[in-house]
Structure formats: structure tokens, C-alpha cells
Write a protein that binds this ligand. Structure first.
Ligand code: HAM
Length: 426
């Protein structure tokens, strides 16, 4: 047996899992302030949910999905992202009846069969939000502001981030624009790679994302969608920028930002962070006003974002931001004699029941070893249960900072610790 995790996956060991819990906690606190509620969808869906939603010609659908037949022969796919699933769930459960509005957030693993590298995994973790039922540009600005504020709440300085903004137009202006880009690709076909040539027929806008310098050169002279937006999309885009300006959110317009999912209409955005190398997009999103209809539902505008946990963690490390320290014990209950383990066990449980983080030894350590362990756990207090004191209904309480000791009645220790810790300065 190969004892290593599969390529492109990694175990979230406690130091990383702690960071994930921290990031999800900050997210749920912040998102609640903006009115979002949690939602959890299955990790796999009928394959159609993604092919139809994300688009057959995208890299995600054509190359990166984990698709398999289940035992009954249904084609299922591990979710490569959350938006398609949330919109499917909203349709199934009528979360957004006519004229209604839903604000949802989610967190969990996503799966894409990509070439693993720093910041790019096959199983990676996202936190995302979706607003369904909101067409107004103020919603776009709110979503973007929330993503920026989230990274700021994690202490990534805004100077270390770059917010890119674009409009992808809609079904009125984009088809003609796609044709213009396809024509541009065909006219320069000899200078472009095979894949970009193929894209002219399938998904011409993806050619903007080709990493080859020769292709980038050709695409740098391609017509830009912002010059071809219909009046409605143009107005919507201007209003989004105006709202962002009003609240001081700094952005760079990037007319070549196309993003890798076909469901987008109008606003798209991405946040890149310093110090990550080529996989520097820590979060991104946009509007998808036609997605619900593509699933056979009613016209329901939508928009949202997702941020990648692994890349955000790299951005935090690059910025020198620490994740809050591991859990420590408030009290270590040390056993001075093996005959007293029952009493130690009971007292530890009583302390925990009183909402005090208490720890005891489970490895038969000597008293000296237990005191060392208490130090390792940075426990500020140690309760020593010793035969003499115990016989008199007392224990020894040691303050690990001053090393001072006192005797406290066993019956009073839980209350005593509670009042000591209430006055602590964390
Ligand atoms: P996305 O840009 O494909 O958008 O992914 C969002 C974030 O997930 C990226 O910015 C990146 O941080 C992270 N990510 C993507 N792929 C990987 C990977 N292979 N390894 C590590 N991290 C990765 C979406 O997924 C859309 N659903 C966002 C959205 C929500 N749009 C509207 N609503």
C-alpha cells in the first residue's frame, strides 16, 4: 500500500486545520453581518449540473472534472466549485421564489484534476457566497467589498492585494463580441498555439488566459469587450465602479479578465495577492444572471465569489501574519500518586464541565513529567492532587508564572479557577 495521500491532495494536519477553522470562523462572523446564511450541498452532483452550468468548453469541464459512474450507472462528478451546486439546490428547494432574495455562504472541499503546484491542488478548500435574486449593481459592489473586507479581517493589508475588475457583458452584447475575438484569432492563427486556434471555435475568450507569450502578444491587440458593451451592461458596470469608488475600494480595471467559468455575465472580479508566484488569485467571482434558467428554472439574477483556502494561507504566510496559537490548557491537573488517578480524572471533568480548558496525563508520566507537560501546554495553573492534601480534602494550586503555591479546598477548586480565569487578560 502507498501510505501517501493521492497526488494533489494533502492531509490537513492540526496546524493547517486550525487555520481553516480560524478562516471559516472569521468568514461566518463577517458574512453574518452582511446577512448571509450557511448552506451545505453534496460533494458530488449529477455531471450535467457542472457541464451545463460551467460550460462544456471550459478547462474545468473538459479536462479537470472527477467524473465517474456510480453502481447504478449514473454519471456523477465531484464538485469542482460551489456555485453550480448552490444554484441547483436553490432551484430544487425553491429558495428564491419570484421576487425573493437569498444570501448564502458555504465552505468545503472542491476537486479539480489540475497539474499540482504551489497553490494549486486537486482537492482544495473554498469559502464562498452567493446572492440570488439581486440584479442591482449595488449587490455587485457589496459582494466585492465583502471579499476585500474578508481578507482585511484576516490581516492581509490592502496594499498586498490587487482587485481586478471587468464586465463580461450579457447575451445582448457578448455573442457579437465573441465573434469579433474569434475573427481576430483566425486572422492571426499562424502566431497562436494549437489550443488557442481551437478556442476560436469553442470558447474564443479563453484565449485571453493563454500563458504563452506569443499568444498573449496576439491577444493584447484583440478588441476589448468594454468597448463593445451594450448600453445596459455599460451602465451597470459604471454603477458598480461608482459604488466601489464611494466606499473607497481600490480596483484595477482589467479588460482581459475573463475567468474560467462560462456562466458569468456582466461583472467579474478577482483578487490577487503578493508573494504567491503564478497561482496568485486568492479569490474571485462575478455575476451569473442566466444560470438558474440554464437549469430550467425561472430567470433569477445571481452573483457571488469564492476564495481558496490554500492560497489565502500562502498569502498570510507571505505577509507574515500568524494564525492564532494552538489551544492551550487553562489548568493542568497533575497526579502526585497513581492511587489518585480517579480523583484527578473526576476533577478534570468537573473543570471542563465548568467551561475551563483542563488537561491531565494519560501516559503514566511522573509528577515532574506532568509539570513539564503543563509547561508545554502553556497552562498558567497546575492543580496538584497529592495524597497528604487529598486526605484533608485539599489540593495544591501552583501558579506557573510566579511558581507560587497555595492550598485550596477540593470542593472549592472549580469555582476558584473559574473566578481566577474570568479575570485573566488573554
Ligand atoms: P474560481 O476562480 O474558479 O471561482 O475559484 C475561486 C478560488 O478558488 C480561486 O481564486 C483560488 O483561490 C481557489 N482555487 C481554484 N482552483 C484551485 C486549485 N486547483 N487549487 C487551489 N485553489 C484553487 C469559482 O470557483 C467560482 N465558483 C466563484 C464564484 C462564486 N463565482 C460566483 N460565485
Amino acid at each position: 500500500m502507498d501510505a501517501r495521500a493521492p497526488k494533489g491532495t494533502t492531509d490537513m494536519l492540526p496546524s493547517v486545520a486550525r487555520a481553516w477553522e480560524y478562516m471559516t470562523r472569521i468568514a461566518s462572523e463577517l458574512f453574518a453581518r452582511y446577512g448571509y446564511e450557511p448552506i451545505y450541498s453534496p460533494l458530488f452532483e449529477h455531471t450535467d449540473v457542472f457541464t451545463r452550468g460551467i460550460g462544456e468548453a471550459t478547462d474545468i469541464v473538459s479536462k479537470e472534472m472527477y467524473t465517474f459512474d456510480d453502481r447504478a450507472g449514473r454519471s456523477l462528478t465531484l464538485r469542482p466549485e460551489g456555485t453550480a451546486s448552490i444554484v441547483r439546490a436553490a432551484l430544487e428547494h425553491t429558495l428564491v421564489p419570484q421576487g425573493a432574495f437569498a444570501k448564502l455562504y458555504y465552505a468545503g472541499p472542491m476537486f479539480r484534476y489540475e497539474r499540482p503546484q504551489k497553490g494549486r491542488m486537486r482537492q482544495f478548500w473554498q469559502i464562498g457566497i452567493e446572492i440570488l435574486g439581486a440584479a442591482e449593481p449595488s449587490a455587485d459592489a457589496e459582494v466585492i467589498a465583502l471579499l476585500v473586507r474578508y481578507f482585511e479581517a484576516l490581516s492581509i493589508a490592502s496594499t498586498r492585494m490587487r482587485l481586478l475588475l471587468n464586465s463580461m457583458g450579457d447575451e445582448v452584447c457578448r455573442p457579437a463580441y465573441r465573434e469579433t475575438v474569434a475573427a481576430h484569432i483566425r486572422s492571426r492563427s499562424a502566431e497562436l498555439c494549437e489550443e488557442c486556434n481551437r478556442r476560436a471555435e469553442t470558447n474564443p475568450l479563453r484565449a485571453f488566459d493563454c500563458k504563452l507569450p506569443s499568444c498573449q502578444d496576439v491577444m493584447s491587440t484583440a478588441p476589448l469587450l468594454r468597448d463593445c458593451l451594450c448600453p445596459e451592461c455599460g451602465e451597470h458596470y459604471s454603477a458598480v465602479k461608482r459604488y466601489l469608488d464611494d466606499i473607497g475600494i481600490v480596483y484595477d480595471e482589467d479588460p482581459r479578465l475573463v475567468r474560467g467559468l462560462d456562466y458569468y455575465t456582466r461583472t467579474v472580479f478577482e483578487i490577487q495577492a503578493e508573494g504567491l508566484g503564478s497561482q496568485n488569485a486568492i479569490g474571485g467571482g462575478g455575476r451569473y444572471d442566466r444560470l438558474m434558467e440554464q437549469y430550467g428554472g425561472p430567470a433569477t439574477p445571481g452573483l457571488g465569489f469564492a476564495l481558496g483556502f490554500e492560497r489565502t494561507l500562502l498569502a498570510l504566510q507571505a505577509a507574515g501574519v500568524g494564525i492564532p496559537a494552538p489551544l492551550r490548557a487553562d489548568v493542568y491537573v497533575a497526579c502526585a500518586d497513581p492511587s489518585l488517578t480517579d480523583a484527578v480524572f473526576r476533577l478534570t471533568q468537573d473543570l471542563r464541565d465548568a467551561e475551563i480548558a483542563a488537561e491531565m496525563d494519560h501516559q503514566g508520566r511522573s509528577l515532574k513529567g506532568q509539570l513539564k507537560q503543563a509547561d508545554r501546554l502553556s497552562a498558567p495553573h497546575v492543580v496538584i492532587v497529592g495524597p497528604e492534601e487529598f486526605a484533608e480534602g485539599e489540593i495544591t494550586l501552583r501558579d506557573m508564572r510566579t511558581r507560587g503555591q497555595s492550598r485550596v479546598r477540593l470542593a472549592d477548586i472549580v469555582g476558584h479557577m473559574g473566578s481566577q480565569l474570568d479575570g485573566r487578560s488573554d
